[in-house]
Ligand binder design. Structure first.
Ligand SMILES: Nc1ncnc2c1ncn2[C@@H]1O[C@H](COP(=O)(O)OP(=O)(O)OP(=O)(O)O)[C@@H](O)[C@H]1O
Length: 353
């Protein structure tokens, strides 16, 4: 079954197109990474899937249900970690988990959820108002896991997490995938998705640029690996000599090192041989794999982190003001559903446990 399917899904705000004509199918059981820089349209897509906002045109189904007409059926089976969620500041972590479990109608153990996200039970007794950003994120993830959802939709799940927290998040995603849960998660931190995703969709300025496996993306982008060699006396080996080696695509001196980009793995040994033959002393070498940032730049012409033009000569560039547009229609709360979104009412008083 297809877990998520969108057809021509579009959202505009006045003259601003947040999402343009999105056609996307995420298969059941897949871990799908939705990548794009700030303002690419990731949250807009997720908000449309969960009916937090309505599309300008197009349609979407989630777990076989129409995202706009069968919202309750969707939210019953989807665990959601929204972007910019709110919590009840004076309620305890436990209270949040009890609420999340109650709203799924499925029996569950709050302690088991805490264990999964590595949140201490003593912390769960406290009001969330003084939680760190990472603890809040862990609690929100635990709420999303309540009720064993069929689909997890996570908007920037690693936001605010330290490296240990990021590893925990990745472990949870792997465990969920192993249990057959479909996971759809957005991120602009490209390195973090490669470890867990079956496929990746790259979104840029509201448009889906490509969808593929990481290996497929690398191949299509033509971004090869590099051999970085620490060698002395390389003067006897002209760059052109190395560039002529089968499989080598580029040779650049970098300080005391030489960076040799190749597409055929056999080119590594041929390069090292050629250097030694010509009298160079090879002290050390390492293979540098292309990062997803390299891939992103190859597909969009922009740097994923900064949005800056990655290739001023040939890239498409970005309008740096694009994301500054005022939000005139804030995502609404998932009231009563499984969502941890802006449902929190800070009712005041003592810690509510
Ligand atoms: N309510 C709104 N009113 C006007 N413009 C909006 C609104 N919501 C989103 N936008 C615009 O739509 C575009 C896509 O925004 P969206 O939040 O979906 O991006 P994103 O990829 O999730 O970014 P981020 O990584 O920063 O969360 C942006 O240019 C944003 O300014």
């Amino acid at each position: 079954m297809t877990a998520i399917e969108t057809t021509g899904l579009t959202k505009t705000y006045g003259s601003e197109t947040a999402l343009a004509n999105l056609d996307l199918a995420v298969e059941s059981g897949e871990v799908f990474g939705f990548l794009g820089p700030n303002g690419a349209g990731k949250t807009t897509t997720i908000d449309l899937l969960l009916d937090f906002i309505r599309p300008t045109s197009g349609s979407a189904t989630v777990l076989g249900h129409d995202a706009q007409d069968e919202t309750d059926a969707v939210r019953d089976r989807v665990g959601i970690l929204p972007d910019g969620f709110d919590l009840w500041e004076r309620s305890s972590g436990y209270r949040h988990l009890e609420f999340a479990l109650d709203s799924t109608g499925v029996d569950g153990d709050p302690d088991a959820l805490l264990d999964r996200v590595h949140l201490d039970r003593s912390d769960a007794e406290r009001a969330v108002g003084d939680y760190s950003k990472g603890m809040r994120q862990r609690l929100a993830m635990a709420m999303a896991l309540a009720g064993e959802p069929d689909l997890l939709i996570l908007d920037e799940p690693s936001s605010g997490l330290d490296p240990h927290g990021i590893r925990t998040m990745q472990e949870i995603i792997r465990e969920e995938a192993a249990a057959g849960t479909t996971v759809f998660f957005s991120s602009h931190i490209l390195g973090q998705v490669s470890a867990v995703c079956d496929r990746i969709g790259i979104l840029d300025e509201g448009e889906l640029v490509t969808v593929d496996t990481i290996a497929g993306l690398r191949e299509t982008a033509g971004v090869g690996s590099s051999l970085v060699v620490d060698a002395a006396d390389v003067t006897g080996t002209p760059t052109a000599d190395l560039e002529a080696i089968d499989g080598v695509v580029d040779v650049r001196p970098e300080g005391d090192h030489l960076r040799v980009a190749y597409t055929d793995p056999g080119a590594k040994a041929r390069t090292l041989h050629r250097l030694v033959e010509s009298g160079a002393t090879v002290h050390d070498f390492e293979v540098v794999e292309p990062t997803l940032d390299d891939l992103f730049a190859a597909f969009t012409g922009t740097d994923a982190e900064t949005g800056a033009d990655a290739d001023p000569g040939g890239g498409r560039g970005r309008d740096s003001n694009r994301n500054a547009a005022a939000r005139t229609e804030p995502p609404s709360a998932a009231d009563g559903g499984r969502a941890t979104g802006s449902t929190a009412a800070d009712a005041g008083g003592e810690v509510d446990r």
